[in-house]
Ligand binder design. Sequence first.
Ligand code: DP6
Length: 336
Amino acid sequence: MSQLTKNTFKAQAPSNIAFIKYWGKKNIQEPINPSLSMTLKNSKTITSWEIIPSDKYELEIYLDDVKKDSFKSKIEKWFDYLGSDFDFLKRSKSIIRTHNTFPHSTGIASSASAFASLSLCLTQIHSHVNGKELEAEQISELARLGSGSASRSIEGPFCEWGGTSDKFATPLKNVHESFMNLRDAICIVSNEKKSVSSTIGHGLMDNHIFQSSRVKQANLNLNLLNSAIENGDVWKFGEILEEEALTLHSLMMTSSPSFILLEPNTLAIIKHLRKFRNDYNIPLFFTLDAGPNVHLIYLSKDQQKVESFIENDLKSYIPYGVIYDEVGLGASILYE
Ligand code: DP6
């Protein structure tokens, strides 16, 4: 084992949007059901982690150069979960600086991109200290311990977690070429902070009356979605996407306490989208995260028609604008 010396490590990682939704946890950061997501390309977090050997443990975190003590508890909980290989973190000072390429509270999961980028920094620190490189699956596992969805942001274009393993995500091997240029237009209906934190949200599934049927449905949808993505069956793909999004919100509406996160503009967008799809036979679908913003998913060959539909017909329902993103390949180390 080599000695830890003062060093800075950098990485970037994208967020992802789930098509099969992770909702509910067991054990330490393991999902009660499998999930599958598309890795994004432009919406990412860039992180630098300076590590300084010290007698005293210290942690400082900055977002866009502003000190964020409120992020400390989530990161320290992560340190506690990491295991003895990472004990050196408790004997050092860490200065973490992050920047997101997307605005806050937009329905883009910043915890996914943040913990994926932190894990890629940590793997560099680990190999600096222990002389051992970690595999992608091990990096995904580190990310999962910080935030479940972060496990799916290490690789791309599509990742599955909880099917093959509850510990880490793996990229789908067989992806039909139609899905290789998938687009995601994120319609920002509201920029208010999420009203259900992920801890509370996942906790709602612990005693949910629909828990066992939800787990069954997610497993079934995982198989169906995997074959749709493999065979290029865009229409089946879209059917599952929308079922999953509405299931997530139905679960929230029927949990105790109950949450309604959909806004009138969310429903207006969905109604217009379905009409556009029927009128023009264009495979345009929606998915939702745990919030009111709508992710519109479509093929690159339909980009022009869909984007003019968004600009002309949906604009009045999207007061905070649209973020155009697309499928991406995952996280990477940044060398200075
Ligand atoms: C609705 O990964 O944010 O976006 O593990 O507590 O950090 P933690 O939760 P998080 O949950 C994401 C929930 C979701 C669905 C999904 O991304 O699969």
